[in-house]
Design a protein around this ligand. Structure first.
Ligand code: ZN
Length: 305
């Protein structure tokens, strides 16, 4: 197993820490991260380390990986895959451009994987990005980290005896989201369109939208049944009933905030009104604090998304 560890991108990591882990972990050392392997279905796994949840298909054709967390974790991720399969990683599909999902791209590409993503992922990674929600500039990614195959609506991999349908949804978490449906295995990886059990981050500056988040959930609910395993971008492995509850929560928050906006309330006034207070105990325990969540939903609607 050969790969090259690239130098850290300080901006990218800082962004990811701010965006996706509590401040208490800001000094986290990747040396202490362990990769947890969770069997989802036959030949399908979810891997958790630090950053977005990974999806994995293994079989005779080779390993097919969804997202790759951070560059310093590549060696551990490949070692975890090697405990399941002796085949190399042939493809990496990115669910969107954020650094906790694409940080290992350059290493994976150097190790021989073909990088695949929606065309807007490559477009955003190719140039500097400004994350308004966190007041952060994210530098352009090196050429070796960029997806080499891009798609617009959908692409299907006939791989490991299954059909892996990778489809774009209208802007939800970002404008380059992809959802992966393992049709035979009856499993789905939703990327960051789904944060299981918690308020999600919506990257309005990258085209994200509360209405798009609801629509993405609806698309997966329509293809899922009670046995479907659903891998979220963040949070534990999930299922249709939990996704439905999350979708209902999104709609409730959206409708309440929409009402306050239509009454002429400012963003500060909407946040101060605590429109999700009865939901916060159940959904506000992740890294999106309730006030931040309400502000982001407000911004999504104010931006016309
Ligand atoms: Zn994300």
């Amino acid at each position: 197993m050969r790969f090259r560890l690239s130098p850290l991108l300080p901006g990218l990591l800082t962004l990811a820490f701010v965006a996706l882990v509590p401040c208490a972990f800001a000094q986290q050392n990747f040396d202490n991260v362990q990769i947890e392997v969770i069997e989802v279905a036959e030949g399908v796994y979810m891997l958790r380390g630090s950053g977005g949840n990974l999806g994995l298909s293994v079989g005779d054709d080779g390993a097919f990986l969804i997202d790759d967390q951070f560059a310093p974790l590549t060696e551990k991720i490949l070692a975890a895959i090697a405990t399941i399969s002796d085949k190399p990683v042939r493809f990496v599909v990115n669910t969107h451009w954020h650094g906790d999902h694409t940080g290992g791209n350059e290493n994976m590409g150097a190790a021989g994987a073909v990088l695949v993503a929606h065309e807007n992922v490559r477009a955003r990674m190719s140039v500097e990005q400004f994350m308004k929600a966190f007041d952060r500039t994210v530098p352009a990614s090196p050429p070796g980290a960029l997806p080499v195959i891009t798609f617009t609506d959908a692409i299907t991999f006939h791989w490991n005896g299954d059909d892996l349908h990778v489809f774009h949804v209208d802007p939800a978490h970002t404008d380059g989201d992809a959802i992966i449906h393992f049709k035979g295995a009856n499993a789905v990886h939703m990327g960051d369109t789904y944060f299981s059990g918690m308020y999600p981050f919506i990257d309005v500056g990258s085209g994200g939208s509360i209405d798009g988040m609801m629509a993405a959930a609806d698309e997966v609910l329509a293809l899922a049944d009670d046995a479907t395993k659903i891998i979220p971008g963040h949070g534990p492995l999930s299922n249709k009933a939990e996704l439905q509850a999350y979708r209902d929560m999104l709609a409730t928050a959206r409708d309440r905030i929409h009402k306050l906006i239509s009454e002429g309330k400012s963003q500060e006034e909407v946040v101060a009104a605590k429109p999700t207070s009865d939901l916060d105990a159940e959904w506000g325990g992740g890294f999106m604090q309730p006030d931040v969540w309400v502000g982001i939903v407000y911004e999504s609607m104010a931006a016309g998304h």
